[in-house]
Design a binder for this molecule. Structure first.
Ligand code: DX5
Ligand code: ZN
Length: 241
């Protein structure tokens, strides 16, 4: 199947290999300005924005009105992870910018094809998020519309959880699945317990983009800059891909 071209050009998906997406919800939300400055100095490539509606996941976080207030505070592209029901009806709420990453959950709507196709028209990097129990093969007929797969390596909704046991084999399966279908350009993002130790294993399994939360960049006892440097070393640094 041909890879559908987006209408608006940007840097290209292969540029997403080995990148860090720092999790906003794990930062100090009472001092977001300082936190964003530290991420800019640390050179993280994306800001992971978890949007939870208390229905799709049992937690409420980072509503679109709050996120819009943070947007002018940084030039770091956003990586919206929409954990909300029927996201296809709410995409206009967020003010996505070209080049942002946006993922919608396979399990969140009966109209997932409509949701990813709608994202495609917005000039964002389009992602399909998969809960731990959702097979990679669910993505099969959506591949022409995707720039990345977001593989949840914990159950979505909360920071600080242990890795699900099947996470690494699922990442490796996903990489093979995509490559065998000629979709080498679809990148794999991993979210949940991306610790320094797990990140190295995930990278070896085929992960490209690493959501950094309480297990790395926001780990106790480290500054954000130290956390970013340590995570970069775990995933092989820059320029090795
Ligand atoms: C949920 C969130 C969390 C979190 C990850 O989608 O994205 O998974 O930021 O951070 P950890 O697991 O390191 O606390
Ligand atoms: Zn997330």
């Amino acid at each position: 199947m041909p890879h559908v071209r987006r209408s608006a050009p940007f840097i290209g998906d292969a540029m997403l290999k080995g990148k860090i997406s720092a999790s906003l919800m794990c930062s100090d939300l009472t001092d977001v300005r300082t936190g964003l400055k530290a991420l800019e100095e640390g050179g993280v490539e994306f800001l992971h924005v978890d949007v939870m509606d208390g229905v799709f996941v049992p937690n409420i976080m980072l509503s679109e009105s709050v996120v819009k207030q943070y947007r002018p505070l940084t030039e770091i592209p956003f990586d919206y992870h929409l954990m909300i029901t029927e996201p296809e009806q709410k995409l206009s709420w967020f003010g996505f910018r070209e080049g942002d990453m946006v993922s919608v959950h396979f399990e969140s709507t009966p109209n997932i094809c409509r949701a990813v196709r709608a994202l495609r028209t917005l000039g964002v990097r389009t992602g399909l998020a998969l809960n731990p129990a959702t097979p990679v093969t669910s993505a099969e007929y959506l591949l022409p519309y995707l720039d990345f797969l977001l593989i949840m390596t914990v159950d979505p909704g909360f920071a600080g959880q242990p890795l699900v046991e099947t996470a690494l084999e699922k990442i490796a399966f996903a990489r093979r699945f995509l490559d065998e279908r000629g979709h080498e350009n679809i990148m794999i993002e991993v979210d949940g317990n991306v610790s320094f130790e797990n990140a190295a294993k995930m990278r070896r399994a085929g992960a490209d983009i690493f959501v950094a939360g309480t297990s790395s960049v926001y780990a106790k006892g480290l500054t954000v800059t130290e956390g970013v440097d340590k995570l970069r070393k775990s995933i092989g640094g820059e320029g090795v891909f």
